[in-house]
Structures are given as structure tokens and as C-alpha cells.
Design a binder for this molecule. Structure first.
Ligand code: NDP
Length: 297
């Protein structure tokens, strides 16, 4: 039976460390500042943004939220981002995605100052990560959190281990693969065109699922003793809880996989809580860098 990797507990550790370091920065007269921008009324995005702002305040940050109407023009959003780029009290800028259809997301992301791009989506940060320049990169929060969970089980050096990442998105799969490579794992990236995925998955010492398909990864896809990181968050009907009720599941069939894995992340309570914690860590790092101080490891 696998060890369960507790994302809530690790996220709390990260946040506790951020709070301590924020107090250290205060001695230098610096308060980390995070600006979160949301356009429109998407309910899921509203929930995410509210919890990001709440966590930032809890960490002792200067936290600013800009909630703009859905009809905001692309130029007006660019102007706001440029204003935040120039604001010395702001060290991290996060524009909540998705944006309304009339706004070019790529243009907005590329407008963010790469040194305030705490989501790690700007080409400059993608390039830094891709070339292994991790000291200057901002790493996207979800794969950064997943790596921290993996570190608890396997340590920082993954030499000699094979990793299979299922999913090749720019926000999860690709950065995850780059992080695993930087940690010396031998990495294969699988996607919807991959042949015989179950057999490929079964070769992995480290199996990362970032697909968005409920419980797609079955127990017999898991190599005995493997570490399984389930990034997926899928809401499915749960008639057993009552009519119209739902529950969250990952991309991995947890009950089956935990019988074979050495360690596994649950859903909920796995990678999910890590994402916001890593956003706080990235904002803190940005504040340290801006102050000319060595960021915490
Ligand atoms: P995307 O939809 O952007 O990417 C999904 C990837 O899965 C694609 O590369 C796609 O392949 C691949 N894929 C789809 N179907 C299959 C299949 N049958 N076999 C193999 N590969 C397949 O999703 P994201 O990367 O944004 O998110 C992935 C999951 O992670 C989602 O459940 C999402 O909710 C969750 N998530 C969780 C976060 C957290 O905080 N824990 C944060 C972000 C995401 P192809 O490229 O060929 O289409």
C-alpha cells in the first residue's frame, strides 16, 4: 500500500516558511506585493482569485486585487499591466486565465515584466526554465509544487530514475518535464497521440498525470513502487451523495493505483493546495531579488 503524499501539509510548510521570510524582509523595509487581475465574472476564476488574495494577506504581503468587467478592452488591460510593471510596491503580477475571448491572452502575458511574472508563463521564464537557468526563472506554480512533493519522497536528485509525464500543456506538462530533466530524471512526455500509453506508463519510476480525464490512469498502468503525482482535477457526478451532487477525482484511479504505487498524491488534498502556496513562494522570491538579497532556497 502506497504512502499518501499530503499536499495540504506540505503547502502549509511552504506558507509557514514564506511568512518567516516575509518577516525577515520587513527588517530590510520590504513588503512583498502581489497584484491579482481578473477580468469578467467566471465563478471558478472568482474563487481562485479570492483564495490567492486571501493567502497573500495571510503571508503578510501587500495584496492588491483588480476586478475588471468582462467588456474591458485589451488595450485597457495592457495599460493596467504596464502600470503594475512600473509600481515598485508590486513584485508579482498574476492575470487570471482564461481571459474573455476578445482579449489576446498571449499579448497580455508577454506584457508582464518577466521579473514580476510569478506565474512563469512569459517566454523569458519559459526559456530560462528550458535552458536550466532555474536560479533566475519563475517556474509555473503547479509543476513547481508537484516537484516539491516529489522531493519529499525521492529527494532532489532523480539520477537513474525514469519519469513519464502524461500531458504536454504549457502550464503543466512541458514545465514539469523540464523540471524533471533538470533534476536528472530520464523523461518521456506522452500525449493524446502516444501509442500504447499503459505500457509506457508502466515503465515509469515517476508517473505524472496532467490530462484532465477522470481516473484515466488505471492501477495496472503503475509500476510497482512508482511515485505517482496526480495533477488532474475533475468534477464528476456523485449520485451516492445525493441527487445532483458531485465529487472531485484526479486523472489517476486512486483506489487501484495506491495498491501498486510506492507513494501517491490524493485528489483532493494533493497537488491542488500546492499551487497557491508556490505562488506565494514565487512572489517572495521576486521581492528578495528586487531587494538585491539572496532568495531563500
Ligand atoms: P490541457 O487540456 O491543457 O492538456 C491536457 C493534456 O493531456 C494534453 O497535452 C493532451 O494531449 C493530453 N491528453 C488528453 N487526452 C489524452 C489521452 N487520452 N491520452 C493521453 N494524453 C491525453 O490540461 P492542463 O495541462 O491545463 O491540465 C491538466 C489537468 O490538470 C486538468 O485536470 C486540470 O484541471 C489540472 N490542473 C490542476 C492544477 C492544480 O492546481 N492542481 C492546475 C492546472 C491544471 P494533446 O496535447 O495531444 O491534446
Amino acid at each position: 500500500m502506497a504512502d499518501i503524499i499530503d499536499g495540504k501539509a506540505i503547502a502549509e510548510d511552504v506558507v509557514a516558511k514564506v511568512k518567516t521570510q516575509t518577516a525577515t524582509l520587513a527588517e530590510h523595509g520590504v513588503t512583498p506585493g502581489l497584484a491579482v487581475v481578473i477580468v469578467g465574472e467566471d465563478p471558478a476564476s472568482q474563487v481562485y482569485v479570492a483564495s490567492k488574495s486571501r493567502r497573500a494577506k495571510e503571508c503578510g504581503f501587500h495584496s492588491v486585487q483588480h476586478s475588471l468587467p468582462a467588456e474591458t478592452s485589451e488595450d485597457a488591460l495592457v495599460a493596467l499591466v504596464e502600470e503594475l510593471n512600473a509600481d515598485p510596491a508590486i513584485h508579482g503580477i498574476l492575470v487570471q486565465l482564461p481571459l474573455p475571448g476578445h482579449i489576446d491572452e498571449a499579448r497580455i502575458i508577454q506584457t508582464i515584466d518577466p521579473d514580476k511574472d510569478v506565474d512563469g508563463f512569459h517566454f523569458i521564464n519559459v526559456g530560462r526554465l528550458g535552458t536550466g537557468a532555474l536560479d533566475s526563472a519563475f517556474v509555473p506554480c503547479t509543476p513547481a509544487g508537484a516537484m516539491l512533493m516529489l522531493e519529499r519522497v525521492r529527494g532532489r536528485d532523480l539520477s537513474g530514475l525514469s519519469a513519464v509525464v502524461i500531458g504536454r500543456s504549457n502550464i503543466v506538462g512541458k514545465p514539469m518535464a523540464n523540471l524533471l530533466l533538470a533534476a536528472n530524471a530520464t523523461v518521456t512526455v506522452a500525449h493524446s497521440r502516444t501509442k500504447d500509453l499503459p505500457a509506457l506508463a508502466a515503465t515509469a519510476d515517476i508517473l505524472v498525470a496532467a490530462v484532465g480525464r477522470p481516473e484515466m490512469v488505471r492501477g495496472d498502468w503503475v509500476k510497482p513502487g512508482a511515485t505517482v503525482i496526480d495533477v488532474g482535477i475533475n468534477r464528476i457526478p456523485a449520485p451516492e451523495k445525493g441527487e445532483g451532487k458531485t465529487r472531485l477525482v484526479g486523472d489517476v484511479a486512486f483506489a487501484e493505483a495506491k495498491e501498486r504505487a510506492g507513494a501517491i498524491t490524493p485528489v483532493p488534498g494533493g497537488v491542488g493546495p500546492m499551487t497557491i502556496a508556490m505562488l506565494m513562494a514565487n512572489t517572495l522570491t521576486s521581492a528578495f531579488r528586487t531587494a538585491g538579497l539572496e532568495p531563500p532556497a
